[in-house]
Design a protein around this ligand. Structure first.
Ligand SMILES: [Fe+2]
Ligand SMILES: [Fe+2]
Length: 323
């Protein structure tokens, strides 16, 4: 048992996926709004100091503006008025992939609707990646952004500029002896948390190489950093896989940092065998909206899996990360 006093508490969610495809005629993530509203209610009741959202706040299949408006509306109506810190996922850029808008327009919407310019964060002008420093206890949270398009295995995801910045920040935070959390949406294929490494069920995770075997330099640099900074805690989302499939936590046998995957708040999916092949059932499990409540102590962080719909913790999916 932890006998030291708790420093603070935050909630960790991912893949909120507000979805108004074709003006709401083709909505795929049918529980997204209900689940987000319910999570905010529970988070408020459980006295979390802030919220971390690990990417894919919107779905953006046919434009994200209305989805972002709905996202803000749900927050405003919830009565939760603490800080929400969002990472930019692949869906924030989705419509650009289909040619409906430019990547820059997607980035601008992300900045505008997450109100990033008004947040107390360390950030270079116009950028979608940033750091948040906890004033009282000094912990550092680095929010990375997918920059190019869909975050699939077919693309690199990080510019040299973002990786230079990330490296500088990690060096600085290590020098300052801060505890570091990385929030970066997409896991690596067959590595770490978020999917089964031996028999991956999801084909959409990051790759280190392109199809012709040339390294993706941004992905590669991020991979190196999680091996170099092994005390860090990396929170990801993206695969949407349910806590009950138990691919939640990994350190790659102690070779990399602490990796914790967060299921989709919009409704998780499960690993299944479909037509004789391993895959995802893409059911939104209307009965579950999962994430974590994180209690931060001097020497450890306790991540308690939670279903926000029933407001029940999962004692079996609790991960204690020591400093
Ligand atoms: Fe997602
Ligand atoms: Fe994603």
């Amino acid at each position: 048992m932890n006998t030291t006093e708790k420093h603070y508490r935050f909630a960790a969610v991912a893949d909120i996926h507000i979805d108004l495809e074709s003006g709401g005629k083709n909505t795929y993530f049918i529980h997204a709004e209900r689940n987000f509203a319910r999570a905010l209610e529970v988070i408020r009741k459980r006295n979390c100091d802030f919220i971390i959202s690990a990417g894919d706040q919107v779905t953006n299949a046919t434009g994200a503006k209305e989805e972002w408006r709905r996202y803000r509306e749900i927050i405003d109506r919830s009565g939760y008025n603490g800080l929400i810190l969002e990472a930019m996922g692949n869906h924030e850029l989705r419509y650009a992939k289909y040619g409906g808008c430019t990547v820059d327009q997607c980035r601008e919407e992300f900045i505008r609707f997450t109100q990033l310019d008004d947040k107390p964060v360390v950030r270079e002008r116009g950028k979608t990646y940033y750091a948040y420093l906890d004033d009282t206890f000094g912990d550092a949270y680095l929010f990375l952004a997918l920059e190019y398009s869909s975050g699939t295995p077919l693309t690199d995801n990080f510019s040299e500029e973002q990786m230079d910045w990330t490296e500088r920040m990690l060096e600085r935070f290590t020098r300052e002896k801060r505890r570091v959390f990385l929030i970066q949406h997409v896991p690596f294929h067959a590595f770490g948390a978020g999917d089964d490494n031996e028999a991956p069920a999801y084909g959409g995770n990051m790759s280190l190489y392109d199809e012709s075997g040339r390294p993706f330099s941004g992905n590669r640099r991020f991979f190196d950093l999680i091996h170099r900074y092994r005390d860090a805690v990396w929170l990801s989302g993206h695969t949407h896989i349910d806590l009950r499939d138990e691919v939640n936590y990994s350190t790659a046998q102690g070779s990399a940092c602490h990796m914790l995957h967060i299921p989709a708040l919009a409704g998780s999916t499960r690993i299944a065998t479909i037509g004789g092949r391993r895959g995802l059932d893409r059911t939104f499990y209307g009965d579950a909206a999962q994430g974590y409540i994180a209690d931060v102590f001097e020497n450890e962080v306790v991540f308690s899996g939670i279903d926000f719909l029933s407001d029940r913790l999962y004692p079996e999916y609790t991960y204690v990360i020591k400093r």
